[in-house]
Design a binder for this molecule. Sequence first.
Ligand SMILES: *[C@@H]1O[C@H](CO)[C@@H](O)[C@H](O)[C@H]1NC(C)=O
Ligand SMILES: *[C@@H]1O[C@H](CO)[C@@H](O)[C@H](O)[C@H]1NC(C)=O
Length: 394
Amino acid sequence: MDLLVALLVFCVAASFLGIGNGKSAFNVVNFGAKGDGKTDNSQAFGAAWNALCGATQAGSILQIPAGEFLLQPIAFEGPCKSSNLGIQVFGNIVAPNSIEEWKNCQTGYWISFTNVDGLVIDGEGTIDGKGSAWWGNVKKGCQRPKALHFNNCNNLRLSGLNHLNSPMSHIAINDCHVVSIFNLHITAPGTSPNTDGIDISASTQVNIHDSYIATGDDCVAINSGSSQINITSVVCGPGHGISVGSLGKDGAEETAEEVHVQHCTFQKTQNGARIKTWPGGSGFARAITFEHITLIDAGNPIIIDQNYRKDGRYHTNQASAVEISQVTYSDIQGTSADMQAITLDCSVVIGCKNILMDQINITSSLPGKTTYAYCQNAEGRSSSTTPNVPCLKN
Ligand SMILES: *[C@@H]1O[C@H](CO)[C@@H](O)[C@H](O)[C@H]1NC(C)=O
Ligand SMILES: *[C@@H]1O[C@H](CO)[C@@H](O)[C@H](O)[C@H]1NC(C)=O
């Protein structure tokens, strides 16, 4: 009889935990989380994470069901026992409503993952950073938090979620290799400051595709140490475009290479396909391709700025620059909000080399206006390109 009871208890527990199929499922509610939008669930999520991270079965998952789960800043840390773990987000994860209510915000991250390999995050839920409380405000002892941060997470997959109103960057990827990001909706107002969609740094083999990004800063920013980055079928706007850089700030040596942006749309963005590097830096930005791009009333549709100075300071070390070479623009069509549709503002120190343009036709979205190109210290070739780019050979 005791055996029967034990067996029954085991079966109930097993189906509850989803052990029947050889995987464990850890629902945050079973760890005390409350989806009432008020309770701080950081401890419950931490406990559920410890269970997931300690699970040996490949494919074990942490589930966040429907509801509104308030989280204070939380760090999910590995390494974990399995390198095949999932997080399913069906509900909404929400940040504190006001900056007064934020705790432990000195790290600059709201939700961070460190040293976790083979993590798959999906679901149809929302990660709501409640960023408007931070935009234009500061909190003593705090750094404005990035909503979702991944550090040293290899074989990462992130898909399906809605990312809303981050205080800073919505998603930041640092030191991660083999990353797949798709079917995301990232939304923040065009006026929200520093709310990059996806920031990539020190990472390789990153594939971002089929996503919609509307925000107040770069839709995607590709920063130093990035290579083999593919961005395909992303609709960007409002936002500051898809940017390589900025690289080389304060004399830094920084690099980015093998960046492939294709089948993307820029609609009412401040910039489109952008490369920006600071005077006085070193390193390189090379092997970069933008192709099959649609422009709808986009500002600065094509821009290389090798003289980038966002801070307005005079940089005394003008003797070096980040090298820009092997940049290809192909099949870029549509309308520009700026009459100067193409800008190649390259440094007098080294200039931009091997810039190729083909099948480009950018017309003005202003009635009766024509577009033109600005070109300094750039060399390369153009064919079938409107407007004509004077410093490139035909
Ligand atoms: C990027 O796309 C190209 C083809 O467009 C493909 O050959 C390459 O493997 C992709 N890179 C990554 C990191 O997925
Ligand atoms: C460029 O696009 C405009 C508007 O669609 C079109 O009228 C024009 O013929 C195109 N020019 C070339 C050279 O294809």
